[in-house]
Write a protein that binds this ligand. Structure first.
Ligand code: MOS
Length: 721
């Protein structure tokens, strides 16, 4: 969609050195650089590293939801041939306390949730470890547990901040007065279930000690950050710790911070004085690798007769664990989406006897925009105004909460272009009147948004004596195509071809860089990479007259100050999602026959990998709308469907026609690439677009996800048949 434009067209205020001539490397649909390695199996993932003398560990999960471990009998387990050790809190070495209590593994007898790792078996083979794991006899002192979220829970409290550091509540104007003055108002409660990240590659670590030097091959979203935490936990100088993660099979946020297996593997390797590998099993992932909190969200909207909002109130109830507070920012997007003179948002949490929730693709925006965009649809219907038109009428001039101007805001352009591409014009808003055979047909729309973050990073660029360039940055490619995008960004800044540039990432020995998270990877790493490449180009062309010294020439860059110096502004990506659904009158089954998104995400670095991110997010949003739900059994305090047979994600057979498009958006206020993050926005608004389409098809408003067959079984065709 976007032709390559010279970097000079999008100057970043604080980037030094004149832009080199563009090579056309940015904006090209380059295939993933490591694609061949991946499809041939040559790319090695964490668990595939096989140091000499490696031993195998398996973790033992707690079978109670709350209480204490009173005893552990390892005798039978130790008799299994090849078993080297059974560790539990009475025998495990002590660790340094860190902010994340989930990393205090085997440090106390307290059980905070069912599935928490309470012991570890290490053996010569994986088979021996698994056999022994079954034989570890643990005595518990169970206590009464409370694992069920409800909106009237007496333990609800307001956290100080919500993820990552927003105020938990905001209030502007007078919402009650705004609602009283409204010609039309709605007051509805929406619910989203617990959802679990399921990366194809489960969390895994291979740990190796050499004296006091620790090396971990690990599956994560940022080797440098994982190194820093690991060094803290073991009380080591970070220089003695190395985390290596060149290929990562997905993360979605669940690998954004160290998980217990990283610490356990290192702990076990120290005890048995051999390298140790440990993978979290698929079933264990439901307890120890984070998940999206369930939410209960009350939305109150008021509007005048023309559909202009007089008030917006968004009040959220969600859960955390007793181990660590994770407060999702569910209502934060509502603070800036629409203009209304009176606005309030709040978040309340209850600490339950459950695993600790964490980041999952677009934490906050994803469930929050399901509620807001469903409510906006309900308001549009109540007001008798087209839902696109209603959104257009409530477009703010500036960020309503901060008062900052938007660096760019493509919402209306996305709605308009989406309407055109989708064929929205002439839509009859009446629900339940279109029919194809035994199916009711409907269409829906919802807005998307995701903030544009950027963090400081370091990078180097080196001209090699034999020709070509090496660029190093402690970035992570978790399957997104980051390595490829960074190669294009570096080639562009160097004025070189993409085949002349080799990018090194996924290693804490490389320059320090932030995690792949908050859709900020490319923006953060790319800023430092451009700075290093431009500095190298300048030195190469200047003092060196274009000649590379025999030992190469290297330039280093740090973007910390550039990021700190950027002008305060409201920086967000926007989008519009359109869905067409067909609901079977006999079975209640919903097919999403068409899903179309248009996004305003700045300049696209690589249309192929960008489309893949957006379509992937939308597919995951379809799963959220119709399939995904972690079902808690309150009696056991555990999720009962903890595998992919019981937890359904959208797969090829569910996808009919998904299209992702983007508008031409030039935003000079972001970074040297002019790009906005694209990893998360694709999942935002999808579920609302589908729920809105289901309402249009059937007249049934489903406010609790996922939309089930039994929600729709009583749908009737308008002609009564
Ligand atoms: Mo994403 S949930 O910020 O890794």
């Amino acid at each position: 969609m976007m032709a390559a434009t010279p970097a000079a067209a999008t100057p970043a205020a604080a980037t030094p050195a004149a832009a080199p001539p563009a090579t056309g490397a940015i904006g090209v649909p380059l295939a993933r650089i490591e694609a061949r390695e991946k499809v041939t199996g040559a790319a090695r993932y964490a668990y595939e590293h096989q140091p000499d003398e490696v031993a195998y560990a398996t973790a033992v999960p707690a079978t109670i939801a709350r209480g204490r471990i009173s005893a552990l009998d390892a005798a039978a387990a130790m008799e299994v041939p090849g078993v080297l050790a059974v560790l539990w809190h009475a025998t495990a070495p002590r660790l340094q306390p860190v902010a994340d209590g989930e990393l205090a593994v085997l440090q106390s007898g307290r059980v905070a949730y069912r599935g928490q790792f309470v012991a570890l078996v290490v053996a010569e083979t994986l088979e021996a470890a698994r056999e022994a794991e079954r034989l570890v006899a643990i005595g518990y002192e169970p206590e009464e547990h409370d694992s069920l979220l409800r909106e009237d829970h007496p333990g609800l409290y307001a956290p100080e901040t919500v993820n990552p550091s927003f105020p938990a509540a905001t209030s502007d104007g007078d919402v009650e007065a705004g609602l009283r003055a409204a010609a039309v108002a709605i007051d509805k409660t929406y619910r989203t279930p617990a959802l679990h990240n399921n990366a194809m590659e489960p969390h895994a670590t291979v740990a190796l000690w050499d004296g006091d030097d620790l090396t971990c091959w690990d599956s994560n979203q940022g080797a440098p950050a994982h190194r820093a935490t690991l060094a803290q936990v073991f009380g080591l100088d970070p220089a003695r710790v190395r985390v290596i993660s060149p290929h990562v099979g997905g993360g979605f946020g669940s690998k954004g911070s160290p998980r217990p297996q990283l610490v356990l593997a290192a702990l076990a390797a120290r005890v048995v004085a051999r390298p140790v590998k440990l993978a979290v099993t698929r079933r264990q992932m439901w307890a120890v690798t984070g998940y999206r909190t369930p939410t209960i969200q009350r939305l109150r909207l008021g509007a005048d007769a023309e559909g202009r909002l007089t008030a917006i109130a968004h009040d959220v109830v969600e859960q955390t664990s007793t181990v660590r507070e994770f407060a999702e920012q569910t209502a934060v997007a509502t603070r800036m989406m629409y203009a209304a003179p009176n606005r309030s948002t709040s978040h309340r949490l209850v600490a339950l006897d459950v695993p600790t929730p964490s980041w999952m693709r677009a934490p906050g925006e994803c469930p929050g925009m399901f509620a807001l965009e469903s409510a906006v649809d309900e308001l549009a219907i109540a007001a008798g105004i087209d839902p696109i038109e209603l959104r257009v009428r409530n477009e703010p001039e500036v960020d309503p909460h901060s008062g900052h101007r938007f660096s760019s805001r493509g919402l209306i352009a996305c709605l308009r272009e989406g309407a055109e591409r989708f064929g929205w014009a002439g839509r009859d808003p009446a629900p339940g009147v279109r029919r194809e055979g035994c199916r009711l047909v409907g269409t829906g729309v919802a807005a998307s948004t995701y903030p544009v973050y950027r963090r400081g990073a370091q990078a180097f660029a080196r001209a090699e004596p034999g020709g070509g360039f090496t660029v190093g940055v402690g970035a992570a490619d978790i399957g997104t195509g980051a390595r490829t995008a960074l190669t294009q960004i570096a080639a562009d800044a160097l004025g070189a071809g993409v085949d002349e540039v080799r990018v090194e990432l996924g290693d804490s020995a490389l320059p320090r860089a932030p995690v792949a998270g908050g859709s900020a990877g490319t923006a953060s790493w790319g800023t430092a990479v451009v700075k290093a490449c431009r500095a190298l180009r300048e030195r190469l062309d200047g003092e060196h007259g274009g000649v590379v010294p025999p030992d190469g020439l290297r330039a280093d860059a740090d973007s910390e100050q550039d990021v700190a110096d950027q002008e305060p502004m409201a920086r967000h990506a926007f989008g519009a999602q359109f869905a067409e659904v067909k609901v079977d009158l006999d079975t209640g089954e919903t097919e999403v026959s068409r899903l179309l998104g248009v996004f305003g995400v700045g300049r696209i670095v690589n249309p192929r990998t960008a489309r893949s991110q957006l379509v992937g997010g939308m597919t995951m949003g379809m799963g959220m709308a119709l399939l995904e739900e972690s079902v808690l059994d309150p009696q056991f305090g555990d999720y009962v469907n903890h595998d992919l047979a019981g937890y359904h994600v959208a797969c090829n057979a569910d996808v009919r026609d998904i299209q992702a498009h983007w508008i031409d958006e030039e935003d000079p206020h972001l970074n040297p690439m002019g790009s906005k993050g694209i990893g998360e926005i694709g999942i935002v608004g999808t579920a609302a677009a589908i729920a809105n389409a289901v309402h249009h098809a059937t007249g049934i408003r489903v406010r609790e996800l996922p939309i089930r067959l039994d929600d729709l079984l009583w749908a009737e065709a308008a002609d009564g048949s």
